[in-house]
Design a protein around this ligand. Structure first.
Ligand SMILES: [Zn+2]
Length: 250
């Protein structure tokens, strides 16, 4: 599924429009490509389907949703505020999105930035994800906060004291992302580029820890790759992008 997109369409769910505009502005500037922000068009049965994607255990068990859960999804759609703290089956959610997109042409790169927590299985156990690459690609803002692991001290203190607060005190303030972190818009830039590289070149990830395409498993790695590294893309990926931009101009 490789095709350099001619246009990027951004969707948001549970995120503010200012954030989407800033990402659209960045992508236009960085890739010299058309970027539009559009709304998702949910259907009558969407609340029910969304509620059915909740996973109930680490193995990804799902069952018939409770009417209250369906109601919560309905309110979430109306208020642009999906339920918090709920984990959804990421691939099922992606298939659902595909079914409500107006078009699935590969000449468009479609990206949803969502506040939902999404998980996919690895060796039978579900893990929270920061990004799901596919059609559409989905970036989870909550996943950026909760997916990559914090420093070991955090988990050790939680185990010893049963208290997350003590764990947080052991972490240095800027070593992990928080909800409403002012650095989130900058971090998201690297993740939308991952979605772009995935569709355009079939290569979303990089082994260079300083490249924004680095697949971070730890908060520390994420912060370094997206914010602290002296460059955005590594020389290899920067060159790949430049070559594409030159050929696109011709
Ligand atoms: Zn790279």
């Amino acid at each position: 599924m490789k095709k350099v997109p001619e246009e990027i369409i951004l969707y948001g769910e549970g995120v503010d429009s200012q954030l989407l505009s800033s990402i659209a502005f960045y992508l236009r500037d960085r890739l010299k490509i058309k970027v539009k922000i559009e709304e998702l068009h949910y259907r009558e049965n969407s609340p029910y389907l969304l509620a059915s994607f909740r996973i109930r255990n680490p193995q990804g068990l799902r069952f018939e949703p409770h009417p209250l859960e369906v109601e919560l999804e309905r309110k979430g759609i109306i208020g642009n505020s999906p339920p918090k703290g709920v984990i959804y089956d990421g691939w099922a959610f992606m298939r659902f999105l595909r079914s409500i997109l107006p078009s699935c042409s590969l000449s468009k790169l479609q990206i949803l930035i969502s506040s939902r927590l999404l998980s996919t299985p690895e060796e039978g156990i579900h893990h929270i994800r920061t990004i799901l690459l596919g059609y559409p690609s989905i970036i989870s803002v909550s996943g950026l906060v909760e997916g990559p692991a914090k420093a070991k001290e955090f988990y050790l203190s939680r185990r010893l004291f049963g208290d997350e607060l003590i764990g947080y005190q052991l972490l240095s303030e800027n070593s992990y992302l928080k909800y409403n972190d002012p650095r989130l818009p900058l971090v998201l830039r690297g993740y939308v580029l991952q979605a772009f590289f995935y569709q355009a070149f079939g290569e979303p990830f990089c082994f260079d820890r300083g490249c924004c395409l680095y697949n971070a498993h730890w908060q520390k790695e994420l912060i370094y790759a997206q914010l602290e590294s002296p460059y955005e893309l590594c020389p290899f990926h920067q060159q790949l992008l430049e070559r594409w931009m030159i050929s696109a101009e011709q």
